[in-house]
Design a protein around this ligand. Structure first.
Ligand code: ZN
Length: 261
């Protein structure tokens, strides 16, 4: 049950209208059943190409590896290998794309996973702690942290944002020294400040929106282990930052290493 444009995307690679390795438009089918590119001369068996494209498409839909293996009729481990390679490429891509933020930036921490019972929120045990920065009208950047101390958070803020930016946070005390680094607004209730004719919306709805996006997305994978969590978190960051793009095309490019356009 592929979407029409998704189908078109897959067939354009299979029919050789686009090379998976370099994006070039001319390729031919060899006698051995390989698709070979006129331009980069690389080739791949059509059987394997079809299989890998279907797995990437299932990954795009966040289908579990088990169900995908069953759907396509290939071993679970073969699906797992494609999924793992995609996640590793995604991590590399996220680090490459993460520049230094500027302008208006929302900061927040969130807690993922762990047992239901016990303490919730700050100081909860068994959970993964994540710190996130979101540039308004821009991208989100996340980092799994050991603790939400002032030192750890400020270190990430310094590396990931430009001095003099405008920061929005909640009233957590680890943010107290932010005012020495830029302009700092804390959220009590969403409110509109009008100062010197400039409107400023004090809220962290953007980053909170990302947390619910990530929690919703991770739910599809039912129970991610704490050791694998950073891998899955980056996947969510990538999906969020590219939510307006043709994600399937992007994933195919990441997987086969095709860079241009
Ligand atoms: Zn090529």
């Amino acid at each position: 049950m592929l979407r029409i444009n998704e189908n078109r995307c897959l067939t354009s690679f299979l029919l050789g209208r686009k090379c998976v390795f370099c994006g070039h438009r001319k390729s031919y089918r060899t006698r051995r059943g390989y698709r070979k590119c006129f331009y980069c001369r690389r080739q791949k068996s059509l059987k394997r190409l079809r299989r890998e494209l279907l797995v990437i498409s299932a990954f795009r839909r966040q289908q579990t590896a088990l169900l995908t293996a069953h759907d396509i009729g290939i071993p679970y481990q073969a699906v797992k290998n494609v999924y793992n390679k995609l996640r590793l490429q995604i991590i590399r891509q996220c680090e490459q794309e993460a520049g230094r933020m500027s302008g208006e930036i929302e900061l927040d921490e969130a807690y993922f996973g762990g047992r239901r019972k016990g303490q919730r929120g700050r100081g909860a045990s068994g959970k993964s702690v994540v710190f996130g920065l979101l540039e308004r009208d821009g991208k989100v950047y996340t980092k799994v942290v050991d603790a939400v101390s002032k030192e750890i958070l400020m270190d990430i803020i310094r590396r990931r944002s430009r001095k003099g930016s405008v920061y929005y946070t909640d009233q957590f005390r680890s943010y107290n020294s932010l005012k020495r680094y830029g302009k700092h607004y804390t959220v009590k209730h969403t409110k509109l400040f009008v100062r010197k004719g400039r409107k400023r919306l004090v809220h962290i709805n953007g980053i909170e929106g990302f947390w619910s996006f990530a929690k919703h997305g991770l739910y599809n994978y039912r129970g991610v282990s704490k050791s694998n969590f950073p891998l899955y978190l980056k996947e969510m960051e990538y999906r969020y930052n590219h939510r307006k793009d043709n994600l399937l095309d992007q994933l195919i490019r990441l997987y086969f290493g095709y860079e241009s356009t």
